[in-house]
Design a protein around this ligand. Sequence first.
Ligand SMILES: [Ca+2]
Length: 256
Amino acid sequence: MVMLCMLISSGIAHAALNVSAVVSPAGGGLFHYVFTIQNTGPDDVAIVSVDAPINDTFIDPSLSFPAGFLASYDPLLGFVDFLEDTDLFASGTIVTGFAFDSASGPTAGSFLEFEALTVNGDKITGNVTLVSEVPVVINSSVTFVPLGATLKTTADTSGCPAGFVGKYSFDARLTNKSNSQLSTLLVKVAILSNGNLLQNADGGPGGVGAVMTVPQKNGYSDGILSNNEFVDVPFIICLKLKTRFSFFVDVLGVAE
Ligand SMILES: [Ca+2]
């Protein structure tokens, strides 16, 4: 009997809230989050708090919120609060546009749970639906095959740093063998031996870890590689020595 009374007095909320976020790359190793809060009712909601990393120096200066609302970041406790101002999270409404940048990515374990208070003081808790647009390794979704007819070696070292003796180039055909739509496709150098460099990496020649954005052509001209579509990706390798070398890449992208 006592337990029941306690449960009732602590306020079992009837309100239902869907809290979702889209995370995308913000550049410089940061991630951009945009939150949407849907109140399916029946009670109006005043505050939604989402768990956040502590002492993240990027959240507060980048925090923005829709008209009629406020937002704040607590760096000590690790919360981002979305708050009513002249508007509240009224029953039957969807409010979007709470946004910020963070050093924590979609796999870092933050921004996954929320706690909310209705205008009646009832508490609602739940999980955040996090949609990631950050590219991840998708090797198993694709085939990537060098096209023999395009293989070429030259003594021309234009575009390479000093100390190189030539270039080796070829196209490789990237095909989507999965049933997902692939976008934001990148190639990342995993192994490149002999001190050779990928000449046409983003931002200039680079070795292991260098990234190259997949060009938007062939089946990828619309920015989406659908099932069985392919795109031919050009590779130019600056050679330190004219000998055999190892070259492996990872393919990164967003699968939807
Ligand atoms: Ca396409």
